[in-house]
Design a protein. Structure first.
Length: 308
């Protein structure tokens, strides 16, 4: 989350009125994340999160907000969009589509333990199953086609060593076929800063569904593993928690090394794109792409089998 679009107190107060959430007290920009403008909004009725969507089509926004409503109704602790009397989950603010969402308790973890990874694996499995009957989901916006297109566009702009690595990985991924793997709606961005934990150490919130879409469920597990699991023990607990909700198939176990590379590639490309094409804003988070470049290189040199 970043702040690309600034909003004034008066225009926000007017925008909030149809939601009947009381008098505006303050709004403060949130500096985490990369894609949208986010604020904590405090009113006389409580604290909320305001998101201004910088580059999201209205059809995709309708999908994301409806998905969060769907998941919240099935017991997944995710932000719930607040609708006005006409049932609208978003309206324009400062020229951008904007939504007000419930603010969940808890805070992110910097260094998760094995027990956290097991609980997160269980939650991810529950999320996949809860979204399985969501009607007409959109495809993963950063799926295989996106990775090939963005990778090809970035190649001429990169350093020589980056070009060699990217060109070879794009060729490898183009030869993979993940379409037969079990699939459904995935979160696709479940990093540590998108999961909240309460004071007792229990998972209390899953945030930021704005990269969600239909893809192989295993890809989601790979995204989580790449950010959360620092050793064999944490990876084994993540898998055990997930398998308690949905056991993996033999095809998924076989595809794990390649999909873990695909997940590293996806975030390497995203961060390279931000580095090469920076966006202006008041508070902008720019994350190091080399982290995922090194991770991708490690998975290529030393493939790791899925835990059993």
């Amino acid at each position: 989350m970043s702040v690309y679009t600034t909003i004034g107190r008066d225009e926000l107060a007017v925008w909030l009125q149809p939601l009947a959430r009381g008098e505006l007290i303050e709004h403060v920009g949130i500096a985490a994340g990369m894609q949208n403008s986010n604020y904590f909004v405090t009113t006389s009725q409580g604290r909320f999160v305001l998101t201004l969507f910088e580059r999201v089509a209205s059809s995709a926004l309708d999908f994301y907000l409806a998905l969060m409503d769907h998941l919240a109704g099935r017991g997944i602790p995710c932000p719930q969009p607040l609708a006005d009397a006409a049932g609208r989950r978003w309206r324009r603010l400062a020229g951008k589509p904007a939504a007000l969402l419930s603010c969940l308790p808890g805070s992110p973890l910097e260094i998760p333990a094995a027990a956290h990874c097991r609980e997160l694996g269980e939650m991810l499995g529950r999320l996949h199953l809860a979204a399985a009957d969501f009607p007409k989901p959109l495809p993963n916006p950063c799926g295989a086609d996106w990775r090939q297109a963005v990778g090809a566009a970035l190649l001429p702009q990169l350093l020589p060593a980056e070009r060699v690595l990217l060109a070879d990985e794009l060729a490898f991924q183009a030869a993979q076929d993940y379409r037969a793997l079990p699939r459904g709606v995935i979160h696709a961005d479940l990093f540590r800063d998108n999961v909240l934990w309460d004071a007792a150490g229990r998972l209390s919130g899953v945030l930021d569904f704005y990269f969600a879409g239909e893809d192989a469920w295993l890809f989601d597990l790979a995204v989580v593993a790449n950010d959360w699991c620092f050793n064999d023990a944490t990876l084994a607990e993540l898998f055990a928690g997930y398998a308690a909700q949905r056991p993996l198939t033999p095809a998924e176990m076989a595809a794990w090394p390649a999909l873990r590379r695909a997940a590293a590639l996806r975030f390497w490309l995203l961060r390279l794109e931000v580095r090469q094409r920076p966006r202006a804003g008041e508070v902008v988070t720019v994350k190091d792409p080399d982290h995922f470049g090194r991770m991708l290189q490690r998975f290529r040199l030393a493939p790791e089998a899925a835990p059993r």
